[in-house]
Design a protein around this ligand. Sequence first.
Ligand code: ZN
Length: 161
Amino acid sequence: MIAKNKVVTMSYCLKDTKGEELDRSEKNKPLEYLHGGGNIVPGLENALDGLKVDDKKEVTVKPEEGYGKFLADLKQEVDRKMFPADHKIAVGMQFMSELPDGKKHPFNVIEINGDKILVDGNHPLAGQTLHFSVEIIDIRDATQEELQHGHAHGEGSGHNH
Ligand code: ZN
């Protein structure tokens, strides 16, 4: 049964409210994650609690429990001068910047108009209600090392160290 500190292997398909597919796990490469580790969006993680192998579930996740609400303040035009002169700026580039509360936050460069750089600190899926279809393939205990790292190790986890 899925519970905290279990490593879960699952296949998933993610759609938006219009039914358009945004993402899915690859056929022979399901996703592996550490349950309770905050490695997947909270709304999905909570909904999977208690599921068993072979269970299938449709999960709807609101923005607040997904990638956050869209915050207009995080989208802003900044001056080229704000970046080091020798820094190459390109669309799609990500950089860390401090928010007014002092927290570091990732921003993406989304548009460049001469000296004006449009940046957005929202996740591309911010503000979206997410529809997941998941199927649980495997559940196992996390290893000591995985618990220390706070994530799963193995083929589908993206962490092989
Ligand atoms: Zn690790």
